[in-house]
Design a protein around this ligand. Sequence first.
Ligand code: SAM
Length: 443
Amino acid sequence: MLLPEAFINRTKELLGEEFEALEKALNSPPPTSIRVNTKMNYLPSTEKVKWCETGYYLNERPLFTADPLFHAGVYYVQEASSMFLHQVVKQHFPNARSVLDLCAAPGGKSTLLSQTLPETSLLISNEVVRSRAYILAENLIKWGNPNIIVTNNEPKDFGNIPGFFDAVVVDAPCSGEGMFRKDTGAIEEWSEYNVTLCASRQREILSSVWDTLKNEGILVYSTCTFNREENEENVKWICKELGADLLRVNQTENTGITATEYGYRFYPHKTRGEGFFISVLKKKTLPPGLKRKKKDDKKSIKSVTKEPVLTLSLQESDRWTVINENNQIKAYDTEYLSDILFLNKELKTMHSGLLLGEVKGSSFIPSASIALSKKLNRDSTEVVDVDYQTAISFLRKDAITLPNAARGHLLISYKGQSLGWVKNMGNRCNNLYPHEWRIRMKI
Ligand code: SAM
C-alpha cells in the first residue's frame, strides 16, 4: 500500500516508533466482523469482539449478498472498532428516551444504537445525502426495531428542535485515515488540505446540532481517522467553546484500546479492527432563552383511525395507535405519537413508525417494513418457509411459484426469518419485494 508521504510524516510524529507496526497492520488484510441481531439465535463463530456482546469476527469474508439471512437483517456487517459505541451506550445513556444519530448512513451505528437502547427509546437516524438516506432506511427497516425515524436533513435543521435529545451521536465525515486498508479511495482523496477542511467542517456540524441536545445530555463524537486535528483538537474545542465535560468509558478487559486525554483510539496494530476515535461528553448547560418547542400535534392526530382493513396484527396490540395517512396504514407507539408527529412536521422524514401496508380499493397490501419488523405477529399471517434457491429468487424479485401454498398474501421466510411478501395467485406469485432492495448481482 502506497501511503502519502505527508501522512507518513504526520503519523510518525503522532506515534513515534510505533508507526512501523501501524504501517505493517495497514498492509495486512482487514478482519471481517459482524454484529448479530437479536432476531435470531445466530452464532457465526466463537471469536467475539471484546467490547460488544453481539460482535463476532469471521474467519473469512463470505459473499454476504448471497446469504438470505443478511437480507433478513439477522446480522449487520460492521468493522469491530466502531462497535465500541455499545460500551458507550451501556455506560452513559442506557435508558435514553430520545437519541439522534446525526451522520447515520449506511446505518452501522444506528443499528447498534437501536439494538443497545431499550426498545422503548426513540431513535432519530439522520443522513444528509438523500441517496444514502434510502440505504439507511432500508438497513434500519431490515433490522426490525420499532421507534425509529429516518430523516434527510442538514445538521442546522436540528436547530429548530432545541433541547430535544438525551444523546446525540456525531460519527463525523472525516479524512478516513483509519480506513486506508479497506478503502483505497480514501488514500487517493487524502491530503493535508483535506484534513484541515474536515476538521473545520466537523466543528460546523457540531455547532449546528449543539442546541438540539438537552442540558446535561450526552454527545458522542467519533471519526475513523488518526490525526489530532479531527480528534483530540476538536474534542478540546467542544469542551471549551460549546461547553462540555469529558466522560470516561470503563474497560474491564485488556482490549488494546488507547485512552488519550480526550477520548479512545483504536489502532489496527493494537486492536483487531480499523482505525477509529471516539469521545464521550456531557453538555454543561443550555444557554438561557432556548426552550424546547411546544408540540402542537392536534391537527395531525385528526387522521387517526382505529379500525383499518388489516390482514395482519402486531404484538403488544395495545401499544400502538394506527393511523391512515393517505391510505398508508401506519402504527405508532402511542407513547411517542406526539413526539413523532412533531418531528414529522419539523424534519424531512423518510421513514417513521411501522408501515403496515397500503389500502388500494378494498384490498390491503402489506408492506415489506412490517414483514421484517420484530413486532409483526407472525401467527396472524400465512408463512411459507422456502429453500435457499427460492429465497434467492424471491430476493432478486424474480417470479416464483408456490403451487401447494394457500392463495393470497404469504409471508416468505427462510430458516424461520421473514424476507417479505408475495401474493399467491395459484399458478404464479406476485413478488412484492421492494424493487430498490432486490439483489442485482448474479449468484
Ligand atoms: N455512522 C455511519 C455508520 O456507522 O454506518 C457512518 C457515517 S460516515 C462516517 C459520515 C456520514 O456523514 C456520511 O454518510 C456522509 O454522507 C455524512 N455527511 C457528509 N457531509 C456531511 C455534513 N456536512 N453534515 C452531516 N453529515 C454529513
